[in-house]
Design a protein around this ligand. Structure first.
Ligand code: ATP
Length: 244
């Protein structure tokens, strides 16, 4: 479904590579957690998948095309198929939950419709359904700035779902949340993953969460894959190799 071929990233002026010769293949239905120390290359990797970060060399193959060879407009369409959530939610604080979720439609529509905030009845109904899916119905008209961190991440998940993505990407989506809330967000991501039959790829610092929810764990160290297997095989020895 998604192929990463010989991916190499070196940031300008950096002495070391951020990612080195990554070769990975992902299938629909996989719930993948990316682990690694701070600076291991997790964010860089996630951002390459949907073209937010251009590699120095290598390819991300989606629907048999290297996304880095696509024109900007085609790349935007790819990004619509890859919903993404972030550590700091990336919401518009003064807008309501409902208005924020509706912005998930933006990538799919002509810019003038976005400019004038014109949404069809069907689009509005879908936004309401997604808010229901993430259990925020009672908060629909509240400003996002008045919500807790966990609720904000639910809004971001609903917004990403409105794109009807095939791939769900998360760049440290629970890093700002307490352990209980983080666990509930992962449960939600897991049920959405199953309901919509997605490929999910998430960076996470918490090994326990990764072992609880992932079907596959990939660990990076200094930009290189040092583990790629089922969670049961992520042993204490592997932990030491990744985090020492
Ligand atoms: N914009 C940038 N310019 C230069 N170097 C960068 C940039 N972004 C990341 N790096 C470097 O690339 C390497 C990988 O960074 P990346 O953010 O991908 O790691 P990470 O595993 O996500 O870390 P963290 O868990 O702290 O978010 C690090 O050495 C980092 O300093």
């Amino acid at each position: 479904m998604l192929e990463i071929n010989d991916l190499h990233v070196q940031y300008p002026k950096a002495k070391e590579h951020a990612l080195s010769n990554l070769n990975l293949s992902f299938q629909k239905g996989e719930f993948v957690c990316i682990l690694g120390k701070s600076g291991a290359g997790k964010s860089t990797f996630i951002r390459c998948i949907n073209g937010l970060q251009r590699p120095t060399s290598g390819a991300v193959i989606w629907k048999e095309k290297n996304i880095f060879h696509l024109k900007e407009e085609q790349l935007r369409k790819v990004r619509v198929e890859m919903g993404m959530i972030f550590q700091h939610f990336n919401l518009i604080p003064r807008l309501s939950v409902y208005q924020n979720v509706l912005t998930g439609m933006f990538g799919k529509r002509p810019p003038w419709k976005n400019l004038f905030g014109i949404f069809s009845k069907e689009e509005k109904n879908l936004a309401v359904k997604m808010i229901e899916n993430v259990d925020l119905t009672g908060h629909k008209d509240k400003r996002v700035e008045a919500l807790s961190g966990g609720q904000k991440q639910r809004v971001a998940i609903a917004r990403a779902l409105l794109q009807n993505p095939k791939v769900f990407l998360g760049d440290e989506p629970v890093a700002s949340l307490d352990p209980g809330t983080a666990n509930r967000i992962f449960s939600l991501l897991q049920s959405i993953h199953n309901e919509y039959d997605l490929l999910t790829i998430i960076n996470v610092h918490d090994v326990i969460l990764a072992k609880q929810f992932a079907t596959r764990i990939i660990a990076l160290r200094d930009g290189v894959v040092v583990f790629d297997d089922i969670p049961d095989n992520f042993t204490d020895e592997v932990y030491d190799l990744v985090y020492e």
